[in-house]
Design a protein around this ligand. Structure first.
Ligand code: C2E
Ligand code: MG
Ligand code: MG
Length: 412
């Protein structure tokens, strides 16, 4: 493709005019075999096919999409205001589908053979349109070489794709749940389990929850993810609880969702559906999320507590809690972050910090929970310090329900 200077200027202006906040795509449409057609039937026939293609592209795409003829056998299309990468992909697939029927060219039915390449704007493209065009062009080269009808420019926008796949994963139930035991340090019995989400994607492999939960939040999927996870967790927990009525369950709430009004209603409704009493459920919210807006958090925690569920402040020590506020948080548990607990055995300072945090928890009438207990020495220190609950690889990794059942039966 050789874009003339004037045309390049127009395309650049169009790209630069895209507002920073909205995403846009760049679609390259290449017609294969135009040269052969021209050699066979003459220049007019080749040109007529390209023009008929342009007309149909205009019918298929949205009125705001801008189509340029960037070469004798190629179109460059700016797709403004895409809600997600998926919308760009839908547009490309629609083009391919609509061109499966022949075009009428000079009274003859003709099938243009299209190859498409799609690139998405990233933050840096607004400043450098040529970079975006080059990415689309190299994707097109790849598609032509490998005989694919559509190629995507893979680049800094991997997250965008991941977000779309996550959306699909939620719909297709590709996520799963594991449970990690929480052990009462005095009795050494499992009194509760923490539910942890897992995503094994067919395309991307295993993706850590810390990553896909952040992605979900960026993509505005946090409410959907919460709806999915609360139900998926309670569905697995309900039969467990029927066998072991004392066993409690903890669910992590994403910061975005936690501060949303109506969350307590959603939780109560889910508990009612699964026939689970509220006191069997603990909701975990990170210290950082709670401290983001302490006044609002305090009220939200109060609403949640009023429904009867327990509330834990997760990853304590990572954030910057003000003790004034901490005093007013109606939480039932303080979960000491694993970055303090895991090194305890070999680090006197870490031990000192954990000892103070256990003191804070008890002072505020909360249970002290230590996360990240990886060895027996740490557990012994925690017992000596009066910590209430421990969680960590030494006591049990996150596991599926059958394995958990085995573990729980062994302790009966
Ligand atoms: P978290 O709530 O603090 O969960 C504890 C994390 O520590 C889990 O990581 C667990 O596998 C890991 N862990 C447990 N024991 C040990 C240990 O002894 N050593 C070490 N090194 N790690 C240990 P995971 O499953 O990767 O989850 C990471 C975070 O993702 C969680 O941290 C939680 O904040 C979030 N998360 C997980 N599932 C969900 C979910 O369904 N919804 C939401 N909103 N967040 C979730
Ligand atoms: Mg947690
Ligand atoms: Mg934690």
């Amino acid at each position: 493709m050789l874009i003339g200077r004037e045309l390049l200027g127009q395309i650049e202006a169009s790209i630069l005019s895209q507002s920073e906040s909205s995403r846009f795509g760049l679609l390259l449409v290449h017609l294969r075999g135009i040269r052969q057609l021209t050699a066979l039937l003459g220049f007019d026939a080749g040109e007529a096919l390209v023009q008929a293609t342009e007309l149909r592209l205009g019918e298929v795409l949205r009125p705001i999409d801008q189509i340029w003829r960037s070469a004798p056998d190629e179109f460059l299309i700016v797709l403004p205001q895409l809600l997600s990468a998926n919308h760009g992909l839908l547009a490309a697939r629609k083009v391919l589908r609509e061109f499966e029927a022949p075009l009428n060219v000079q009274g003859r039915p003709m099938m243009p053979l299209l190859t498409l390449a799609l690139a998405f704007s990233s933050d840096s493209d607004a400043a450098s349109p040529q970079h975006l065009i080059r990415r689309a062009m190299s994707a097109l080269e790849r598609a032509l070489e490998s005989n694919n009808r559509l190629a995507l420019a893979d680049d800094a926008n991997a997250d965008l794709w991941l977000q779309d796949d996550l959306r699909d994963a939620l719909v297709n139930n590709e996520l799963s749940i594991q449970f990690q035991p929480l052990v009462d340090i005095r009795s050494r019995r499992v009194t509760s389990v923490e539910a942890l989400a897992r995503w094994r994607s067919a395309r991307h492999g295993v993706i850590a929850p810390s990553r896909f939960i952040a992605l979900a939040e960026q993509a505005g999927l946090a409410p959907e993810l919460t709806r999915w996870s609360v139900n998926a967790i309670l569905r697995e927990y309900a039969p467990l609880r029927r066998q072991m009525p004392q066993l409690r369950c903890a669910i992590n709430l994403s910061p975005k969702v936690f501060s949303q009004s109506g969350i307590e209603g959603q939780i109560s409704a889910a508990l009612a559906i699964w026939g689970i009493p509220p006191e069997s459920l603990t909701l975990e919210v990170t210290e950082t999320a709670v401290m983001d807006d302490p006044e609002l958090s305090s009220a939200t925690l109060r609403h949640l507590r009023d429904t009867g569920v327990r509330v834990a402040i997760d990853d304590f020590g990572q954030g910057y809690s003000s003790f004034t506020y901490l005093k007013h948080f109606p939480a039932t548990e303080l979960k000491i972050d694993q970055s303090f607990v895991t090194p305890m055995a070999g680090d006197p300072r870490a031990r000192q910090l954990v000892r103070s945090m256990i003191g804070i928890a008890h002072h505020l009438d909360m249970e002290a929970v230590a996360e990240g207990v990886e060895d027996a020495t740490t557990l012994a220190y925690l017992a000596e310090m009066g910590c209430d609950i421990a969680q960590g690889y030494h006591l049990g990794r996150p596991m599926d329900v059958p394995e958990l059942l085995q573990r729980l039966r062994a302790q009966e």
